[in-house]
Design a protein around this ligand. Structure first.
Ligand code: B1M
Length: 217
């Protein structure tokens, strides 16, 4: 049984890093058929593959077009897993309202989309600003929807500073809702330094978000 699971995780990882869309998508279907938790399939399979692609890209062993294709493959496999993610943590009552986006200058949105899926599944109404979201849009969306909490994702060392701009813009607009930050370039120390709250992954983001709005268990 464990070896079946390991084989599926390896196929998920290899489908992404080997740029084989059918392998990754088929492995996602197999993961569901085998009763695997979709979050585990993403974290221990697909995400391992895409991070390896990122390392190869950094070492100039892969081209940007391959990076783009690997990201597309990952997204299409996530689409297969998404309904089960939602079903597993489905909750009817709205626990809170959240504005979420990838900061200006940054177009990475796979992780942010996972965070949105998990938040929605655990009862949050989410206003998704998408990627490369202007700092002002965090403020205007928070006012419009009466957000209880905001979230800003950033994947690059060159765009983490923009999270600080979001903190400042919220403060200038007298918005007191907490800001959750995450993404590969973000650390707990950075979050503390800018007066935000850190979350390491999509699962943890839902736990943190609930705690921050006083709905944590
Ligand atoms: Co690019 N990229 N990329 N990229 N990319 C990185 C980030 C990089 C580290 C790769 C590398 O060189 N090793 C590097 C940044 C280096 C740096 O920091 N300075 C890099 C670069 C340089 C670039 C370009 C500049 C490349 C170029 O064009 N020359 C360009 C950026 C353009 C721009 O943004 N202005 C670029 C483009 C792209 C693609 C479009 C091809 C694609 C993104 C597609 C997409 O997102 N739709 C891409 C990808 C795929 C990556 C890597 C390989 C993988 C990112 C990913 O999807 N991971 C990445 C390498 C890496 O991260 N190690 C890399 C999987 C995902 C599930 O994890 O996003 O970390 P992650 O999300 C996690 C947690 O971080 C957390 O939860 C998620 C799930 O558990 N989380 C949050 C995320 N957001 C959160 C928010 C929260 C809480 C938790 O609260 C609000």
């Amino acid at each position: 049984m464990t070896s079946d699971k390991d084989a599926i995780l390896a196929e998920l990882e290899n489908g992404v890093k080997g740029l084989q869309q059918e392998v990754a998508v088929e492995a996602a279907r197999k993961a569901l058929a085998a009763g695997m938790n979709p979050v585990e399939a993403i974290e221990n399979g697909l995400a391992k593959g895409i991070r390896e692609v990122g390392e190869k890209f950094a070492k100039k062993e892969m081209f940007v077009v391959e990076l783009i294709y690997a990201a597309e493959i990952m997204s299409s496999a996530i689409q297969v897993l998404e309904p089960e993610m939602k079903r597993l943590s489905a909750q009817r009552n709205v626990v809170g309202r959240m504005v979420l986006g990838t900061v200006a200058g940054d177009i990475h949105d796979i992780g942010k989309n996972l965070v949105r899926i998990m938040l929605e599944a655990s009862g949050f109404e989410v206003r998704d600003l998408g990627k490369d979201a202007p700092t002002d849009s965090f403020v205007s969306a928070a006012k419009e929807m009466g957000a209880d909490i905001l979230g800003a994702s950033s994947l690059m060392t060159t765009t983490v500073d923009v999270q600080k701009e979001v903190v400042n813009a919220l403060r200038d607009a007298s918005i007191e809702a907490p800001l959750l930050v995450g993404g590969a370039a973000v650390t707990e120390e950075w979050a503390k330094e800018i007066g935000a709250h850190y979350s390491s992954d999509a699962n943890n983001a839902t736990v943190m978000a609930k705690q921050l709005i006083g709905k944590g268990g």
